[in-house]
Write a protein of this length. Structure first.
Lengths: 120, 110
């Protein structure tokens, strides 16, 4: 079955760069149509999409955060990495990665999420 | 402010039916598939509906989805206390080239 799990620091300082890793199993990012996305959720607030990478290395970013985000994949390790530069306290949120299939155009499997707090 | 508009909260009694609306525009709901997600307290979102009205394996038929024009609706029948959760709609926005979500609706089963 498909599983995803996020990992990374729980606390980062303002202006630092956040690096999060999504480790997954049950699918391959070399399979046509498959993608992995990142979505975050500040405490008590709504979901916000951040980035998406597909099997063919097509990358999409949230327009409002594009300048700060980089998404990459390591197919051999079954991992997707998201970096977010210049972190601010407003970036405090639970960060989720999720599996996507281009045909269904949805996020059908989600990781458990990881809470990242930005504070000095 | 979210691109898709949902009511902040809805409520109904156990056994009753409730609907949750999601309003957008021609660049998102009007020309793309809509998904619905359920987020139980303290857990990750879970896919309930995709491609406007399809249910993934394991999702009971008490949950249904529909779309008309630039709006979508999630329906839940036979409400149970276990249905208390936040519900989010989501879709692709072709103008923004971005996935967009609604602000979420908190369902209370009285």
């Amino acid at each position: 079955q498909i599983t995803l799990k996020e990992s990374g620091p729980t606390l980062v300082k303002p202006t630092q760069t956040l690096t999060l890793t999504c480790s997954f199993s049950g699918f391959s990012l070399s399979t046509s149509g498959v993608g992995v996305g990142w979505i975050r959720q500040p405490p008590g607030k709504a979901l916000e999409w951040l980035a998406l990478i597909y099997w063919d290395d097509d990358k999409r970013y949230s327009p409002s955060l594009k300048s700060r985000l980089t998404i990459t994949k390591d197919t051999s390790k079954n991992q997707v990495v998201l970096t977010m530069a210049n972190m601010d306290p407003v970036d405090t949120a639970t960060y989720y990665c999720a599996h996507r299939v281009s045909t269904a155009v949805t996020f059908d499997y989600w990781g458990q999420g990881t809470l990242v707090t930005v504070s000095s | 402010q979210s691109v898709l508009t949902q009511p902040p909260s809805v409520s109904a009694a156990p056994g009753q039916k409730v609907t949750i609306s999601c309003s957008g525009s021609s660049s998102n709901i009007g020309n793309n598939y809509v998904s619905w997600f359920q987020q139980l307290p303290g857990t990750a979102p879970k896919l309930l509906i995709y491609e406007n009205n399809k249910r993934p394996s394991g999702i009971p038929d008490r949950f249904s989805g529909s779309k008309s024009g630039t709006s979508a609706t999630l329906g839940i029948t036979g409400l149970q206390t276990g249905d208390e959760a936040d519900y989010y709609c989501g879709t692709w926005d072709s103008s923004l080239s971005a996935e967009v979500f609604g602000g979420g609706t908190k369902l209370t089963v009285l």
